[in-house]
Design a protein around this ligand. Structure first.
Ligand code: GDP
Length: 299
């Protein structure tokens, strides 16, 4: 995974600080230069990278003034803190992930076609099933042929009940019926998969508004292909402006150089990233918490 390479490069840069006899401006600059290069290569937003460098420098220079403080530790901590805040939206992700059991949590998924919505809906259901929830899946994607069959197949594999229709053409009607049925059956997590389009189109946005109005979701999750790099910011903004996107899941964070681009671009829209998809299998799905993520990234 390319993000691991980024982590290794930053760790290597930090080891320059750890191995130096004394930490002067030259050592710090050399270390920061390597970190900046690594971040830019991973396509992290240029503006954010510049901010990180300046903030770490300021904190290192302030450390010079404090007596008896361990400068190495201060610089390391500054880098970790700045990376975490760069990937953080400022919204508490935990609140969005800690769903309450025993009440019907209706979660609507939106995103472009091919982003990984249908796959992610099932991964998400399976994640909460392991935690003792009673998930159910509703297929409100009437646009893509085969969408219902795909959802059915995934849901069956993970033993999650599902609802859909081969004849009803109005996605809002299907969504409302499915949600109603699963509420009656006391499911505490009802996941609504919606249609995508190849690009941001008015018809998609209108459909999203209708499904949202009919199902009154507790949370709308925007699913985005994590490999699209800097374009992520624009796309996330367009979806956020249409419906009340409360959280983001980035998919395909396995094996693509642009992973850093999506992470930083989405964070810049103040959209909290709650999970990342790291493969096609149902268990290739992880929680995203900026601090823990950076910790793991740097090993
Ligand atoms: P949808 O059109 O948004 O519902 O997208 P799908 O769920 O059908 O996914 C499109 C393709 O992306 C499928 O081939 C999935 O297996 C694949 N996919 C989804 N999530 C991931 C991921 O995290 N990593 C990888 N490598 N592939 C993924």
């Amino acid at each position: 995974m390319v993000l691991n390479e980024l982590g290794q490069k930053i760790s290597q840069a930090l080891s320059m600080i750890q191995n130096a006899e004394s930490i002067d401006e030259k050592v710090l600059d050399a270390c920061l230069k390597e970190i900046v290069t690594a971040l830019l290569q991973a396509d992290v937003n240029v503006r954010l990278v510049g901010k990180l460098r300046d903030n770490v420098k300021t904190r290192a220079n302030n450390a010079d003034k404090g007596a008896g403080l361990n400068k190495r530790k201060i610089i390391e901590k500054a880098v970790v803190d700045e990376l975490s805040s760069m990937l953080s939206s400022g919204v508490d992700e935990k609140k969005l992930v800690d769903l309450k059991k025993g009440q019907p949590n209706v979660i609507m998924f939106v995103g472009l076609q091919g982003a990984g919505k249908t796959t992610t809906c099932t991964k998400y259901g399976a994640f909460y099933k392991k935690k003792g929830f009673k998930p159910a899946l509703v297929c409100a994607d009437t646009f893509r042929a085969g969408a219902f069959d795909q959802l059915k197949q995934n849901a069956t594999k993970m033993q999650i009940p599902f609802y859909g229709s081969y004849t009803e053409t109005d996605p809002a009607v299907i969504a409302a019926k499915g949600v109603e049925e699963f509420k009656k059956a006391n499911h505490d997590l009802i996941i609504v998969d919606t249609s995508g389009r190849h690009k941001q189109e008015d018809s998609l946005f209108e459909e999203m508004r209708q499904v949202s109005a009919m199902t009154k979701p507790d949370l709308i999750i925007f699913v985005m292909d994590g490999s699209i790099g800097q374009a992520a910011e624009d796309q996330a903004k367009a979806f956020k402006d249409t419906v009340e996107v409360g959280a983001v899941i980035l998919t395909k964070m396995d094996g693509h150089a642009k992973g850093g681009g999506a992470l930083s671009a989405v964070a810049a829209t103040k959209s909290p990233i709650v999970f990342i998809g790291t493969g096609e299998h149902m268990d290739e799905f992880e929680r995203f918490e900026p601090k823990a993520f950076v910790g793991r990234l740097l090993g």
